[in-house]
Design a protein around this ligand. Structure first.
Ligand code: FES
Length: 61
């Protein structure tokens, strides 16, 4: 299932970026491009970050 339609990035790829060390939406964007287009998928990316790192992930910068 795609997370980011603009860049054709699927959930598995986003999870892979997160597991390789991306801790923020920006870092995920740098790693795979997800979230760097229209921004509609940022909430979904945030959910995946939160699933991996917990609620503190989004305030950690
Ligand atoms: S859907 Fe991800 S940036 Fe547009």
């Amino acid at each position: 299932m795609y997370v980011c339609i603009c860049h054709g990035v699927c959930e598995k790829e986003v999870r892979g970026c997160i597991q390789e060390g991306a801790r923020t939406e920006d870092a995920v964007g740098d790693a795979c491009g997800a979230g760097t287009g229209c921004g509609n998928c940022l909430e979904r990316i945030a959910d995946l970050l939160e699933a991996e790192y917990g609620p503190a992930a989004l305030t950690a910068g």
